[in-house]
Design a protein around this ligand. Sequence first.
Ligand code: ADP
Length: 255
Amino acid sequence: MEHILEVKHVEKYYGNRGNLTKAIDDISFNVEKGEYLGIMGVSGSGKTTLLNCISTIDKVTSGNIIIGNKDITKIKCKNLSKFRRRELGFIFQDFNLLDTLTAYENIALSLSISKIKYEEIEKRINEVAGKLGIDNILNKYPYELSGGQKQRVAAARAIVTKPSLILADEPTGALDSKSARMLLESIETLNEKMNATILMVTHDAFTASYCNRILFIKDGKIFNEIIKGGDTRKEFFGRIIEVVTLLGGDNNNVI
Ligand code: ADP
């Protein structure tokens, strides 16, 4: 199996000797190509810190993080934004589409920055737009799009650069249940039809039930791991709730 991401004995401390918080306390795991991994845990368990370290936004205190054979803890600061643009895709809660650009231009932006040729950009966008069913809205501006269409544009933007890994932080956090479902279906399309490797952080059991595997974090350590296997999403949801209950979080999120 091809490892896209290797997290090796990562520790992240905040503060100083008298007032030390171990936000991540010796975490190790791998993500294979084409996996859709969820990271769950109650608030304060270290999920965001872990995601920030993997996305190169924050620096680890010790340990190594390898993305596509490159140890990102060793990349020089000035090369980080290029690495992020090439290797990582991001899905944000509020889409982060630019209002003054059309859907097409929003999707094309990072390819243009990377100086990809016009013909190649058009080819890639058409391919991705076809799979996500947004071919007919590419010339519209964000204000002309529905919430679901904006999400699909944001999903297209995350995959069009062919990143090694797509990162999503609480992507459904601020959405109503219908919009959340639509976003999760778009992310599922990226995973199933485009073989995208996805790492998603969430505290929500319903959102997590779309993943293939879930790591549960407690006090900065891995507490448990469950794999969807042959389960239906509903069955997997039930197993997630069991672990969430063990963890002592809230389990009010029902299907
Ligand atoms: P989660 O995303 O699971 O809610 P976080 O990763 O945000 O958890 O936080 C993990 C722990 O690290 C918490 O105890 C939090 O207070 C602490 N923490 C997070 N960021 C900082 C920071 N910049 N400075 C100090 N402590 C922090």
